[in-house]
Ligand binder design. Sequence first.
Ligand SMILES: C[S@@+](CC[C@H](N)C(=O)[O-])C[C@H]1O[C@@H](n2cnc3c(N)ncnc32)[C@H](O)[C@@H]1O
Length: 275
Amino acid sequence: MSNAIGDTIKILRSERGITQERLAEQLNISAPAVSKWERGEARPDITLVPKLAAFLGISTDKLFGIDQTAESVFYNKVYDTDQYYWGVEPSTMCYEVLHCLPPTRPLRLLDIGCGEGKDAVFFARCGYIVSAFDLSEAGLEKTRLLAEKARVTVNTFSANLWHYLLTENYDILHSSGVFAYIKPDIRAEIMENYKTHVNDGGLVAFQTFVQKPFIERAPEKETNAYPWKSGELFTYFHDWYIENCSEYVFDCNSAGVPHKHAANRLFARNIKELH
Ligand SMILES: C[S@@+](CC[C@H](N)C(=O)[O-])C[C@H]1O[C@@H](n2cnc3c(N)ncnc32)[C@H](O)[C@@H]1O
């Protein structure tokens, strides 16, 4: 008998460093019940499926092995080559993270939507303890390859940021070019979750595309992209210390067509108390 669902639970649980006991506790069931799922001796009760999927950060479809979002199909295709679509050099934003919160002590960093890993690997090379996730398996595979070449460790895992709510704290959350895939109606919940999982003194370094009437849509014309409004990202962090928030326009040549993007960049610190 195929145990696709049990295998998925086991793989994702291990990737995320979650014990069977912890998963059981979260679902209010016993640890042996989780063990039985993973051995294929039982299936999760249907009423537990939404909570289980949310805790593992995937859609219920993916839990049943049928997740094919437009983004994963698109990016798996784009990344399915030896070339690095986004290159292997880190973005300038990474150097700003280094400047803002240097790894003078062990700092945990999460790269949200890491793509092919150019930024995650850079952070690992600088000495941060890096985890990185993306929807695209092809992107994650290239991230692992890049890390291997640089002889550093990046803890990669596949997750959909729509469903993957953080359960552990980080010192730095980094994300570039990804948030436009978050539908407007779920942004507040996701940003709130991120805010509550950054250590005291920690940092978010986020970049997202914004809509401007004077900038044409990118040639990819992705139907599942929802550019943000200028300033929208900043408002979620209004009660944090804003290190830097900016808007800029840059050239892009994706799909071989020269065009422009407008983006907002936010560096905000979680400061509980002024010392
Ligand atoms: C423009 S690329 C940016 C990649 C990387 N951050 C970089 O700067 O090189 C957008 C990335 O977001 C990922 N992505 C899109 N929707 C996602 C989702 N719902 N959950 C997780 N990752 C997603 C894509 O697979 C893709 O790798």
